[in-house]
Structure formats: structure tokens, C-alpha cells
Design a protein around this ligand. Structure first.
Ligand code: ASP
Length: 322
């Protein structure tokens, strides 16, 4: 039995009237009915979790999805499919992956073309997702993202194009596998770390991107605004302007600050440059390296760790692991 948790997004969106824009409307049951042969994968239990565009998801919503996934698996489901808007799939899937503590797969999917458009991709993506969720080969891989017949690890997946059906990729790594002739072919494995717990209070964590000519003044306001942690998306291997450095030195005395790269792929530098604003200076000042996590994913990991009361050393250790 596969549990299907529907949440809205383009896959469920249709225009209310001729000429108007699409809004999430179709239920999970409607979507299943649009997929020929879906019954072949076995029994499906549908849970309509919400009906939203994915930019309006909160971290608490993700926790609700997680708890439902845990409940349905404990009740006997051998896999879970989640459909949602593609705009935040990489964040939702990664957060679920950090917290998912079962061998059964969670497969997250969506669509780039809504059901009213020629070439709507929702039915094909749902069909492929159910095939992956019901496959023994997907066990112990954590949370997977399946669209366009590609199977991506939540850890690496990234939305790279506004409208293209092949928008999802895993920069620097590639997909774990493909769905071919209705069969999941998983060709790479991804190592899993022990699941983390999200504490009851979800702390606000800021993501600040270093831009040309920025003097970093916004950084001095973060604590006043109530942020409890920050991720800095530096340029290249982890670089900021020299003007920004004093603000970052102050910030690390106020909250944990993680240094990521705005490039979107690759491993953060640690020991290459030593000028003012370089990665060596920032790490020396107390920023924590994001390793190979991009800013969006580093922010989620930091949020989870702060929520669980992790010390600076524990935060550093977790980032080194992932
Ligand atoms: N607006 C949509 C969303 O909910 C986009 C999509 O689903 O592709 O993220």
C-alpha cells in the first residue's frame, strides 16, 4: 500500500474561468483518477493535507507532512508519495530528508505544466513517483524527488529553470537513476546520516546573499529582527566584501553563522585565500562552513539544529557530516 499526501501546487491547479490564472483546486483523488494504470502499483490511500501554492508552505507544514508520513508507514504503507508545488520542492524534500527516520521511501513530485495545458506533466510524474515509491530498490534512500522520469536525492536536487519540464537537476552529481518503461532504475546510492529532530519551536534563520557593492548593513539588524541564526551565501568559494567583515564579526557573537556559496554547486573552500573577506578569514572569525550544502539547504539544517538546542560544536560537526 502506498500513501499519497496531496498538498496543491501546479499539479493540482486549474484556471477558475477562461482567461484567468491557475490556482490549486484539484484533490489528490482527482489527480489519481488522471493517471492511467495507477492501480497496478497496488492500493493507494489518499490524504489531502492542504491545498496551497508551495511558496506558502511553512516549516510547521512540513512537520505535519512528516508526521502523517510516519503514521501511514507505521500503519503499514510501504512508501509515501507527496505532491506539491515545484517552487519549493528542493527545500521541502531536503527538510523531510533531514527528519525522515524510516527505511520506506518518501517520493516528492509535482508538475511544471498544469492540467489545463497541452503536455501537462503531472500524470506522468505521479505515475513515475508511485513506481519509485513501491519499488524495493528505493528503500533506505531517504527522500527522493521524481519528475521528468528522473530520480533525484533530496540532498542534491535543485530547481534550475522557471518553466522547463526538465527543470530539476542535481548539480555536480546528477540523478540517482531513471524510470524506464515504468521501472525505476536506481544506479547510484546516496549515503544517509542519522535522522535529526525538529524541536517544538522553529527558530527564524536568515539567508543573506552577498551581492556586488553590498556593505553588509542589513546584517547588523538581524538580531533585532529576532533571527536566531544566519546563513551567508558568499561569492565563489565563500567570499564577501571587506566592508562586510566587521558586521559578520559582530554577528558571530550573537548567533551561529554558516558560510555557504551562492554558486550552487561544489565544496566550500577552507584554506585557499587569506585576504579580507576571504573564506580563511571568515572561518577564522567563527563562521561555520556549509561544506557542499547550498544556502537554501544550509538554512534548513541550521534551523533544525538550533531548534534542537545544538551547541556550536554540534552544529559544526553536523555540517561537516553532511
Ligand atoms: N506555483 C507553483 C507552486 O506551487 C509552481 C509549481 O507547482 O510548479 O510551487
Amino acid at each position: 500500500m502506498i500513501a499519497y499526501l496531496a498538498t496543491g501546487g501546479t499539479i493540482a491547479s486549474i484556471p477558475a474561468a477562461e482567461g484567468s490564472g491557475a490556482v490549486p483546486t484539484l484533490t489528490g483523488a482527482d489527480l489519481l483518477a488522471s493517471v492511467p494504470g495507477i492501480g497496478d502499483v497496488g492500493a493507494v490511500e489518499v490524504h489531502q493535507m492542504m491545498q496551497r501554492p508551495s511558496a506558502s508552505f511553512t516549516l510547521a507544514d512540513v512537520r505535519t507532512v512528516l508526521r502523517t508520513a510516519q503514521e501511514v508507514v507505521d500503519a503499514g504503507a510501504s512508501g509515501v508519495v507527496v505532491s506539491q508545488g515545484t517552487d519549493t520542492i528542493e527545500e521541502v524534500a531536503y527538510l523531510l530528508d533531514l527528519l525522515w527516520d524510516r527505511p520506506e521511501p518518501i517520493v516528492v513530485t509535482g508538475a511544471m505544466r498544469h492540467p489545463g495545458l497541452p503536455g501537462a506533466d503531472g500524470p506522468a510524474n505521479l505515475s513515475a513517483s508511485f513506481q519509485v515509491a513501491s519499488s524495493l530498490s528505493a528503500r533506505d534512500l531517504g527522500v527522493l524527488v521524481v519528475l521528468n522520469d528522473e530520480i533525484h536525492a533530496a540532498r542534491f536536487v535543485h530547481k534550475s529553470n522557471i518553466a522547463a519540464p526538465d527543470t530539476f537537476g542535481s548539480p555536480g552529481f546528477g540523478p540517482l537513476g531513471y524510470v524506464v518503461e515504468s521501472t525505476p532504475r536506481l544506479r547510484l546510492l546516496v549515503s544517509r546520516n542519522p535522522a535529526l529532530s525538529l524541536g517544538p519551536d522553529i527558530p527564524p534563520v536568515a539567508l543573506w546573499r552577498m551581492v556586488l557593492g553590498d556593505d553588509g548593513r542589513a546584517l547588523s539588524k538581524l538580531q533585532t529582527l529576532g533571527y536566531e541564526g544566519a546563513v551567508i551565501e558568499g561569492a565563489g568559494g565563500g567570499h564577501v566584501s571587506a566592508d562586510t567583515v566587521p558586521f559578520l564579526r559582530d554577528l558571530v557573537t550573537e548567533m551561529p553563522v554558516v558560510l555557504a556559496s551562492r554558486t550552487g554547486s561544489g565544496e566550500m573552500l577552507r584554506s585557499t585565500y587569506q585576504y579580507s573577506g576571504s573564506e580563511m578569514e571568515l572561518l577564522d572569525a567563527g563562521l561555520i562552513s556549509a561544506g557542499s550544502l547550498d544556502g537554501l539547504k544550509a538554512r534548513l539544517l541550521l534551523t533544525v539544529l538550533i531548534s534542537a538546542g545544538a551547541s556550536r560544536e554540534e552544529i559544526e560537526r553536523e555540517f561537516a557530516l553532511r
